[in-house]
Design a protein. Structure first.
Length: 261
């Protein structure tokens, strides 16, 4: 039971007076494991990610990280830092969170400092983080502008790792990358999980990605969980029509688009 690092229980979200967009969603993420949250556009995936990371508030329900309640917004900078040390976010587009004119080395040093690493240990820690995500010393001298999309995403992952969090939420973090770069970043994530035991909540619309990284999957439709379980079980023998539909619309080896006549 104590290997549960993220617990979401009966989560409900309405924006203002609008309709319910997250409807009684519950799931868990275990230490060193990956849970994927899948569903088509508008299913409520990013809303759940926003609530879990504290960027949005839930209408009702409960979120706990490492057994501590996170339903309320952090009240102080100290509390935000403490929470950040346990859970980090990697967004779809790191350009939105990386300072375009800041050297990568400085951006990582800032994250390391926020994580509480003593001054004398910061440079070695920055170098260690860069190595962990497959970036070299020359990359640390560059600004995000001079990096490729895949390299920028590695920087975002390194920054998320700076506080040695128990869980990282990745919101469509590889969706904008082409397939070969995507595979490289997914390999980095898998290796880090093996070495560090970090848990991931992987938000994606892409079932091919789910097969490559996730242990468990939660299928969402219109804000509700339609199916939930081990990836092999849910994708290998889907019980819900919507999961079958998602699977049928995912390109696989040998898949041929049906000609429209
Ligand atoms: N700030 C907001 N105000 C009002 N409605 C919102 C807001 N953000 C999201 N919604 C609505 O909530 C529903 C769920 O959106 P959400 O972005 O969580 O879905 P998603 O599964 O992440 O979709 P996508 O893959 O397209 O990002 C949608 O109907 C969306 O229009």
């Amino acid at each position: 039971m104590n290997d549960v690092v993220l617990e979401v229980e009966h989560l409900v979200k309405r924006y203002g007076d609008g309709p319910v967009v997250v409807d009684d969603v519950s799931f868990r993420v275990r230490r060193g494991r990956t849970t994927a949250l899948v569903g088509e556009s508008g299913a409520g995936k990013s809303t759940i990610g926003g609530i879990v990371t504290g960027l949005q508030t839930a209408t009702s329900g409960r979120v706990a990280v490492c057994g501590e309640d996170r339903t309320r917004v952090a009240r102080s900078a100290r509390e935000r830092r403490r929470r950040g040390a346990q859970l980090q976010l990697v967004p779809q587009d790191p350009a939105t969170t990386l300072d375009r004119s800041q050297r990568i080395g400085d951006a990582l040093a800032e994250a390391v400092a926020l994580g509480g690493t003593p001054r004398t240990d910061r440079l070695p820690r920055v170098e260690e983080l860069a190595t962990q995500v497959g970036l070299g010393p020359t990359h640390l001298e560059l600004t995000p502008r001079s990096l490729s999309g895949g390299q920028r995403q590695r920087v975002a992952i390194a920054r998320a790792l700076a506080t040695s969090p128990e869980v990282i939420v990745l919101d469509e973090a590889v969706s904008a990358l082409d397939v070969s770069v995507q595979a490289q970043v997914l390999n980095v994530l898998n290796a880090l999980q093996r070495d560090l035991g970090t848990a991931y909540l992987f938000i994606t619309h892409d079932l091919a990605v789910v097969r490559q990284v996730a242990h468990d999957v939660v299928v969402l439709r219109h804000g509700r969980v339609v199916e939930h379980g081990a990836v092999e079980q849910v994708l290998g023998d889907p019980q819900d029509d919507y999961t079958r539909l998602l699977l049928d619309s995912t390109p696989r080896p040998g898949w041929r688009p049906v000609a429209l006549v």
